[in-house]
Design a protein around this ligand. Structure first.
Ligand code: MG
Length: 373
């Protein structure tokens, strides 16, 4: 029996992980839950899962009477405290944004296995995190939950000594794939939130529409799989059936396929190297004849180019890209800027900040605060 902590339990990944883990109660106990501010929803989850430890990063500190027998954590440090609890074995980090970084570091310093569904952590603090995540005797201690990275991780099984020639990250292309550049610039919040294939939270859905999500995933892949930026290619694949691919030195390509449903990569991170029932719809092979792969249009979606630029510049530039995008995507969601401004804000911020070093978490969080002020 493994004790699980779910950080970001009321988000899309958090909810789906509770659902899929409930099929395997004999192996996984949901021991701790932490939400950002959705107290009521987290309390319902606490009652249904029996979680013993509960946390809330933002908002009130009033403990509901029915849950007064649980251990509670409130405020900025709730994530880190829960991530390091002695009873916890595995920490699923599915919070939104760079606040996941301190939780991942705390979990690793306490020797926990981290299941990472928060790409911003690796984008902002890739080297810091990877230095804490060398595989131990029991195997990998950092398991990707992002569907593309889980696909790559799955394709790499049994290929330990074999050099990767290239990684193919697939991208659905988002809702604006066929729109003109001008239409994209003026897209509304409602239009940006209409993702064609994946059901996700608002921030990542906006990131998918701007393709900043794929830009972040390029950076995430570079750290997770220790490859050079030029070894990572993006293919637009609107059907989202091939979740990503690896091309090996000999020309062989391995892909992982399936119905687009996050419960598969979520549960695989828990059950690795085994596989268990998820309850997802099985792949209908009739759809395979309609699969398409095209090159991304970086004129319409210039965010992709920024990822490569930042990786080549190094220092804190990926952190700056991430922070500026977090601020800009939220400003768009609140109706304060147009969709087209998201890219401009990130690009202008990168030009203005120039090179910043990225020595430690302090530097990284400082770079982020500096950008927000
Ligand atoms: Mg993804």
């Amino acid at each position: 029996m493994r004790n699980i902590a779910i950080l970001g339990s009321t988000g899309s990944i958090g909810k789906q992980s509770i659902e899929v883990l409930s099929l395997h109660k004999d192996q996984y106990r949901i021991y701790a839950l932490c939400a950002y501010s959705s107290l009521k929803e987290m309390c319902e989850q606490a009652v249904s899962t029996g979680a013993r430890v509960l946390g809330l990063s933002k908002g009130g500190t009033e403990i509901p009477a029915v849950l007064s027998d649980r251990e509670w954590y409130f405020g900025d440090n709730a994530l880190e405290k829960i991530a390091a609890l002695p009873e916890v074995d595995d920490v699923l980090v599915s919070v939104v944004g760079v606040i996941g970084l301190k939780a991942v570091i705390a979990a690793r310093k306490a020797g926990k296995r981290v299941l990472l569904a928060n790409k911003e952590t690796l984008v902002a603090g890739g080297k810091l995190v990877m230095d804490l995540c060398s595989d131990d005797v029991n195997g990998p201690v950092l398991l990707p939950v992002d569907s593309e990275h889980s696909a790559i991780f799955q394709c790499l099984q049994g290929e330990k000594e074999n050099p990767v020639y290239r990684i193919w990250l697939t991208a659905s292309g988002g809702p604006f794939r066929e729109w003109s550049k001008e239409q994209i610039q003026n897209a509304t919040v409602e239009q940006a939130l209409g993702h064609p294939t994946w059901k996700m939270g608002p921030k990542i859905t906006v990131d998918s529409a701007s393709m900043f999500n794929k830009a972040l995933e390029i950076i995430e892949a570079k750290w997770l799989f220790r490859v050079k930026p030029e070894q990572i290619q993006v293919a637009i694949h609107p059907q989202s059936v091939v979740h990503s691919m690896i091309e090996f030195e000999d020309g062989a390509v391995k892909a992982q396929l399936g119905t687009p449903d996050m419960r598969v990569p979520i549960l695989y991170a828990f059950t690795y190297p085994g596989r268990e029932q998820t309850g997802v719809k099985r792949l209908d092979f009739d759809v395979l004849s309609g699969l398409t792969f095209t090159e991304p249009d970086t004129d319409k979606f210039p965010s992709l180019k920024l990822a490569y630029e930042c990786l080549n510049i190094g220092g804190a530039s990926c952190c700056v890209l991430n922070a500026a995008n977090e601020v800009a995507a939220n400003a768009f969601l609140k109706g304060r800027i147009s969709f087209g401004r998201i890219y401009e804000v990130v690009n202008e911020t990168l030009q203005r900040t120039g090179y910043l070093s990225a020595g430690n978490t302090g530097d990284i969080l400082f770079a982020r605060l500096f950008l927000q002020s």
